[in-house]
Design a protein around this ligand. Structure first.
Ligand code: GLN
Length: 462
C-alpha cells in the first residue's frame, strides 16, 4: 500500500491533501465509537500541503512521502502532548522529537494524531487507559488487544495507513493479531528508544503496525539504526543469511491447556500452508519457555518501579496539594496512577528490596539468560520459528479486568522474544469465529529480513 500510494502521489493521481482528508473523514466517522485516538492533530493538512508543493516542484518522493501515521501516546512528538494514557502526565507537552519520529519526518511521513493505549503500556486490552477503552473494529463488544490497541485499530479501521507502537512483552504483536494487521517488534537495539516513555527499558522496543508485511518493512527501514541518545541502539548489521527455508515449531508453544482450540487449528493450517509452499517444517524445543512469563513478571515490574519513580509531581504533569514534600509525592502518585500501574510499581519495589533481590530479581535474570540460550541453540537448526501470537481470540470488554492473572496469560507466547531480544512479527492468517487470528514469526537477532520473507508468503493465504 505505501509504495503504491507514493507512486500515485508522484504521478499526480492523488494528492497528499486528498489522502489526509480521506483519513480524517474516516476518523470523524468511526472514532467516536472506536476511541482509537486520544487526539487528532490540527496541522496534518498543512503538512500535506507542503508535501504537495514539493511533489509539484518535481522533488523525488522520499520513502514515506505523504504517508499518514498514527503514533502511540508514549512516543514524543515535539510540541504535541504525550501522556502514555495516564492522568499523571495530563497536560504534558513533548519538548523534543523521539528518534523514530525524527526519522519518520525525514522520510516524509505525516502525523495524524496520537493513539490510545494501556496506561504506561501495561496491559493486553487497552482497557487500562485513563481515557476509556478502545474497541475492536471487527466486533465492538471486544477488546483490540494491547497495549498498542489504539495504533492497531487506527490501521485496521483505515484511520491511518501505518502506525507506531511499542512492545515490552507483546504490545505490538498481540493487538496486531486481534485486529487483523501486521505488527513487528524489532530486535532489541535495532530502533532507538530515545523519546519513548519508558516502561521496562531492557525489554521495550518501538515498531511498526501496518496493513501489509511490505509496509511494515518500509517503516522499519525508515526508523532503524543507531542513535547517540540511546546507548543500546546499534547500526543494524547486514543480514548475511540465505533465503529462509526451515521453519521451527516449538512444542512448548502448543500446549492445549489455556489455548483456544480454533486458534490452534488456524496455526496448524498456517504450518500446512507453508509446507505446501516448500518450507521444511521441523519440531524444535525451547524448554525454558515455561518460565518466561514468571521471569517477565519479575524483571518487567522491577524496571517499571525504577522508571516510574520520576513521576512525582515535580517535573511533569499535575501536582497534588499536601502539607509536606513526601505528602505531595504520595498524593500525586496515588491520584495520577491507575490500579494496574500501582500494582506493578509495588510488585517491582518488592522484588528489588534488599531481602528479596537475589531470590526474585537475580533468579529471573538467570532464567532470562537461559531463555536466550534456548533461542540461540534452536536457531542453529532452523531459520525462523513459528508460534501463535496469542492463546485466545479477542475477548469481551470487561471479561478479564477483574482477573489480572488471566490477562497476564495473554502474553505467554510474546514475552520470550522480549526477554531474549530477538525480533518477532505477527502476521494475520484468516479468521476463526469471525475474528482475526495472528501467527507469530520469530527470527535470530537482526534477521528481520527473514520475518518479512516468510511473512509475505503467509499473508497471501487469501
Ligand atoms: N501485555 C504485556 C504487559 O501487560 C505487554 C505490555 C507491553 O508490551 N508493553 O506487560
Amino acid at each position: 500500500m505505501i509504495k503504491e500510494t507514493i507512486a500515485k502521489l508522484e504521478k499526480g493521481e492523488i494528492s497528499a491533501r486528498e489522502l489526509v482528508s480521506g483519513y480524517l473523514d474516516t476518523i470523524k466517522k468511526k472514532d467516536p465509537s472506536l476511541n482509537a485516538y486520544r487526539e487528532v492533530f490540527d496541522d496534518a493538512m498543512e503538512e500535506a500541503e507542503k508535501i504537495d508543493l514539493k511533489i509539484k516542484h518535481g522533488d523525488t518522493p522520499r520513502p514515506l512521502e505523504g504517508i499518514p501515521f498514527a503514533i502511540k501516546d508514549n512516543i514524543l512528538i515535539k510540541g504535541k502532548m504525550a501522556g502514555a494514557a495516564s492522568k499523571i502526565l495530563e497536560g504534558y507537552t513533548a519538548s523534543y522529537d523521539a528518534a523514530c519520529i525524527k526519522k519518520l519526518r525525514e522520510a516524509g511521513a505525516i502525523f495524524l494524531g496520537r493513539t490510545n493505549m494501556d496506561e504506561f503500556a501495561m496491559g493486553s486490552s487497552t482497557e487500562n487507559s485513563a481515557y476509556g477503552a478502545t474497541k475492536n473494529p471487527h466486533d465492538e463488544s471486544r477488546v483490540p488487544g494491547g497495549s498498542s490497541g489504539g495504533s492497531a485499530v487506527a490501521v485496521a479501521a483505515d484511520m491511518a495507513m501505518a502506525a507506531l507502537g511499542s512492545d515490552t512483552g507483546g504490545s505490538i504483536r498481540q493487538p496486531a493479531a486481534f485486529c487483523g494487521v501486521v505488527g513487528l517488534k524489532p530486535t532489541y537495539g535495532a530502533v532507538s528508544r530515545s523519546g519513548l516513555i519508558a516502561m521496562a527499558s531492557s525489554l521495550d522496543q518501538i515498531g511498526p503496525i501496518a496493513k501489509t508485511v511490505a509496509d511494515a518493512e518500509v517503516v522499519f527501514e525508515a526508523i532503524k539504526g543507531s542513535d547517540l541518545r540511546d546507548a543500546t541502539s546499534v547500526q543494524n548489521p547486514k543480514s548475511k543469511s540465505q533465503v529462509p527455508k526451515v521453519i521451527g515449531i516449538p512444542k512448548e508453544y502448543f500446549l492445549k491447556e489455556g489455548m483456544d482450540a480454533e486458534v490452534l487449528k488456524k496455526v496448524e493450517e498456517a504450518i500446512e500452508f507453508l509446507k505446501e509452499k516448500g518450507f521444511e517444517i521441523k519440531e524444535v524445543s525451547l524448554p525454558y519457555t515455561q518460565y518466561a512469563l514468571a521471569a517477565y513478571y519479575i524483571v518487567m515490574p522491577a524496571e517499571v518501579s525504577a522508571n516510574l519513580a520520576r513521576f512525582d509531581g515535580m517535573r511533569y504533569g499535575p501536582r497534588a496539594e499536601e502539607k509536606n514534600l513526601f505528602g505531595v509525592y504520595a498524593k500525586t502518585r496515588e491520584k495520577g496512577f491507575g490500579p494496574e500501574v500501582r500494582r506493578r510499581i509495588v510488585l517491582g519495589t518488592y522484588v528489588l528490596s534488599a531481602g528479596y533481590y537475589d531470590a526474585y530479581y537475580g533468579r529471573a535474570q538467570k532464567v532470562r539468560y537461559l531463555i536466550r540460550k534456548d533461542f540461540e541453540n534452536e536457531f542453529k537448526n532452523v531459520d525462523v520459528i513459528l508460534t501463535p501470537t496469542a492463546p485466545t481470540l479477542p475477548f469481551k470488554i470487561g471479561e478479564k479486568t477483574k482477573d489480572p492473572l488471566s490477562m497476564y496469560l495473554e502474553d505467554i507466547f510474546t514475552v520470550p522474544a522480549n526477554l531474549a531480544g530477538v525480533p518477532a512479527m505477527s502476521v494475520p492468517f484468516g479468521e476463526a469465529r469471525g475474528l482475526p487470528v495472528g501467527i507469530q514469526l520469530i527470527a535470530p537477532w537482526f534477521e528481520e529480513r527473514r520475518l518479512f520473507e516468510v511473512g509475505k508468503v503467509l499473508e497471501n493465504v487469501l
